[in-house]
Design a binder for this molecule. Structure first.
Ligand code: PHE
Ligand code: ZN
Length: 867
């Protein structure tokens, strides 16, 4: 943190400055006596000089918010002249022998920890979060992922308030102590980096199950939750068992401990954490009952449970050398969880959802002030780099690599990667090298995808003459901060050619665009084809150059579901951009007949694949449209989208009403792809009817709904409408769910994202007694959802939206700096707004920047946004 009067900028950490650690830790034995305000942590570290590092006489240990009580080296207390406190809170010990045992004791206060990093209290129970740099808030340690050690952890607490005592690894003894206290020891046989350390303790109950690995290891599974939530763990447990089986079947990877524990916590900075043998989850990604969780929540649980489980090999057994390599574990593990979820249901629909998410979160990031490569070159605060680029684009890069080398080679590459690097902390180059060695394919140029920020733009030109079709593809990547000049990247373009009657004119193939421009020639075609490009979204790029006519044709005729969806989205995007232009020159808005025709065709085939139809019927988001404009116009974009939804709703009112009626649930509620797809389509129809001003159905559905998907879909329609039922529905929902925090989050979120909620109303919600700055889920539900999901209100011409966000960031920065820094993002792209808005956004950023004592994470976001 910077000091109040002389703020000096926090240091930048650079990848090229990496040096191996001077000392390694062989064994860590922790003894933790839990207490809300005075937890005592005794650590015994067996240290050894690292033969791979230049010899230094001093040992440096990280530490933050620790009170040192004692320190001894090889059994003798350390003299004051050998022990130095470092500025950031760490320790330096001089005169180190080549190997030594260091014993320290510190005191920490879980209750005072509102950062939710290190050891903290939530609802009276103890949880830890150590990634990325939280272990240093528990004890002095070389807190970097390339220091891998074996751990034992002995926990001690009151039996009455803390019956459950959990840590990593396998249970290794437990017993009673005087004064109503008890202890439990855990021992983790696998060496691990400190960021995977975890403790969970308190009054929790376990839901138990078993899994036998294919080599016959019996694994005791448990999910620990608060009493009363036991009935809400079934989907998470089922997802866990399917993940374990999938990783065995797909990659031959088995679980490697006797127990696998998950604990759920309401106060959590992220989604979940892959601590070895003891995953800690945000309750949002564990708890689900049909009455309280939507279909999207169920899908989120399946994905996140799988993601954390898959980290056991990609992240834990093989970990990152340093935090610049974060995508080594995150990109790869997202790729694996996406593949898993695709295997569970409709792969095509899953792909659309993944692409939609990439484009709504990652593309804007790549075009904004925080743009960075999948493997960043520098950071100020590593917590700011848990981004869509590292996660989602990182997964796309792995996916492209698999497309280039083929599935069988990819599997051999994974085997080789794990065989070579088990129990090591490695780099992205090591991963690419394994893939290259296993496949024999030169991936050196491909590695540019890891080094270069920005979204490549792909353009298409065509010519056709006498049966000869010439397709020219060109690429360019716009400059990003610190990277003015870009090189071409290898872009795999999965494609096909379609004849006028909709039949394929050539075998589907994969073109590889490696240069700035390449031309491909197809001979002997009976007619001019329409090119179907980027099938399955084979590369994370922006494609342009097809005509509206071609897009309409592809939307109707392509065999590839992705291209059909994409073409209808691109068609709608082009139409909406034209309408925005029309509106700005005061022309009246009309429903474009081409879009109506696409919608009619989608409706004709809707029942063939309801989940796909629901995705395809959704118009591109306001954010996506804004992203296509040099200077956005949030009001005009909102007006156009609002108009179109209403016009389509009116034009096809009878068909939407029929769909809504026909798809009514009969029989018991089910969570499977087919049932989810039917609900999605039915609720898409409901929303179009609502947009056309028909809210009676939404009212009826809201009153009758027995599951959260239908209830929330109806509430959203009412909340977005000017129906007199709006306020009553919101009040009823609050009254019914005020004691269910995850549902209350939805109540905040629906309002935060409603175009009928202006900045003033969002601000008023921040004073609601149920709003809580200390709970990240609640902050995301109101502040995050408003700033990122309600563009018209956030960008209100008055500047109130910006002021509200800046006020929230400032207040949050004093409570939880990680969450505060995340909330800054929507203020970043001020260059994409008009001059008046841009100036107000900058003023909001400057007001945050001027706060004395601002955290380095928020400082980094704000200063990079202003640059
Ligand atoms: N490593 C976690 C995941 O992606 C995310 C996380 C990062 C959680 C930092 C907490 C803190 O699975
Ligand atoms: Zn992860």
């Amino acid at each position: 943190m910077t000091s109040t009067d002389q703020p000096s900028p926090p240091p930048t950490i650079r990848r090229e400055d990496y040096r191996p650690p001077a000392f390694l830790v062989e064994q860590v034995d922790l003894h933790i006596a839990l207490h809300p305000t005075a937890t005592r942590v005794r650590a015994r570290l067996a240290l050894r000089r690292n033969p791979a590092a230049p010899a230094t006489p001093a040992l440096e240990l990280d530490g933050e918010a620790l009170t040192l009580l004692s320190a001894a080296l090889d059994g003798a207390p350390l003299a004051a002249d050998r022990l130095h406190h470092l500025p950031g809170g760490g320790l330096r010990i001089d005169g180190m022998p080549d190997s030594a045992v260091l014993e320290t004791e510190v005191e920490i206060s879980p209750e005072a920890n509102s950062e939710l990093s290190g050891l903290y209290l939530s609802g009276g129970n103890y949880f830890t979060q150590c990634e990325a740099e939280g272990f240093r808030r528990i004890t002095y340690f070389p807190d970097r992922p390339d220091v891998m050690a074996r751990y034992t952890t002995t926990l001690e607490a009151d039996r009455a308030t803390c019956p459950v005592l959990l840590s990593n690894g396998n249970p290794d003894g437990a017993g009673e102590l005087p004064d109503g206290r008890h202890w439990a020891r855990w021992s983790d046989p696998h060496p691990k980096p400190s960021y995977l350390f975890a403790v969970v303790a308190g009054d929790l109950v376990a839901v138990r199950d078993r899994f036998t690995t294919r080599s016959g290891r019996a694994v005791a599974l448990a999910i620990y939750v608060r009493r009363g939530d036991e009935d809400a763990c079934g989907h998470a447990m089922d997802s866990l068992k399917r993940s374990m089986a999938w990783d065995e079947a797909t990659y031959g990877l088995e679980y490697d401990l006797d127990v696998f524990n998950i604990a759920a916590v309401s106060d959590f900075n992220m989604g979940a954490m892959e601590n070895k043998g003891l995953n800690v989850f945000n309750t949002k990604y564990i708890l689900a009952r049909p009455e309280t969780a939507t279909d999207a929540d169920y899908e989120g649980i399946e994905t996140v449970v799988a993601h954390e489980y898959f980290h056991n090999w990609t992240g834990n057994r093989v970990t990152c050398r340093d935090w610049f390599q974060l995508s080594l574990k995150e990109g790869l593990t997202v790729f694996r969880d996406q593949h898993f979820s695709a295997d569970q249901g409709s792969a095509a629909v899953k792909r659309l959802a993944d692409v939609r998410r990439l484009r709504s979160a990652q593309f804007p990031e790549d075009a904004g002030p925080m743009a960075h490569p999948v493997r960043p070159d520098s950071y100020v605060e590593i917590n700011n780099f848990y981004t869509a680029t590292v996660y989602q684009k990182g997964a796309e890069v792995v996916r492209m690599m698999r497309a280039l080398i083929g599935e069988a080679n990819f599997r051999r590459g994974m085997d080789l990667y794990i065989a070579r690097h088990d129990n090591q902390a490695v780099t992205i180059e090591d991963f690419v090298r394994a893939m290259q060695d296993a496949s024999g394919v030169d991936l050196s140029r491909f590695s540019r995808w890891y080094a270069q920020a920005g979204t490549p733009e792909l353009r298409v030109w065509e010519a056709f003459e006498a049966g000869r079709y010439t397709l020219t593809l060109s690429q360019s990547t716009p400059p990003t901060p610190g990277q003015p000049d870009k090189q071409p990247v290898p872009i795999p373009v999965a494609m096909g050619l379609i004849g006028p009657d909709g039949a394929a004119l050539a075998e589907p193939q994969m073109l590889l665009l490696e240069e700035t421009e390449q031309t491909y020639v197809f001979e002997g075609l009976p007619a001019k084809p329409v090119p179907s490009l980027l099938r399955g979204f084979s590369a994370p790029v922006k494609l342009s150059g097809l005509t509206l006519e071609q897009l309409g044709f592809l939307a109707a005729h392509d065999t590839d579901a992705f291209v059909r969806w994409e073409s209808s989205q691109q068609y709608a995007t082009a139409a909406m951009l034209e309408m925005v232009a029309a509106l700005r020159s005061q022309k009246p808005l009309e429903l474009p007949e081409g879009l109506a025709a696409i919608t009619a065709a989608l409706l004709d085939r809707a029942m063939e694949d309801p989940a796909f139809a629901a995705e395809a019927l959704a118009l591109p988001s306001e954010e996506f449209i804004a992203d296509q404009m040099a200077v956005a116009d949030p009001e005009a974009i909102h007006a156009v989208r609002h108009f179109l939804r209403g016009a389509l709703g009116r034009r096809f009112a009878a068909r939407f009403a029929a769909l809504h009626g026909d798809l009514a649930e009969s029989g018991p509620y089910r969570i499977d792809g087919a049932a989810i797809g039917r609900r999605a389509l039915r609720n898409a129809a409901l929303a179009y009817l609502g947009a056309a001003g028909e809210t009676a159905r939404a009212e009826a559905q809201f009153a009758a709904a027995t599951n959260m998907t239908d209830s929330l879909a109806a509430l959203r329609v009412l909340a977005d409408s000017d129906s007199p039922a709006r306020e009553a529905a919101l009040a009823a929902f609050h009254a019914r769910w005020k004691d269910e925090p995850l549902v209350l989050d939805k109540w905040f979120m629906i309002q935060a994202m409603s175009p009928r909620t202006g900045a003033a109303a969002a601000e008023a919600l921040s004073h609601h007694p149920d709003f809580d700055l200390r709970n990240p889920n609640r902050v995301r539900a109101l502040v995050g959802a408003f700033a990122a999901g309600n563009p018209a209100a956030f960008h209100a011409a008055s500047g109130e939206g910006y002021r509200f966000l800046a006020d929230m960031v400032i207040a949050l920065d004093a409570v939880n700096t990680q969450v505060a820094a995340r909330m800054v993002s929507p203020l970043g792209p001020w260059k994409r707004q008009d001059a008046a808005r841009g100036a107000m956004m900058r003023a909001a950023l400057e007001r945050i920047a001027a706060r004395p004592g601002l955290s380095k994470g928020t400082y980094e976001k704000v200063s990079k946004s202003l640059a």
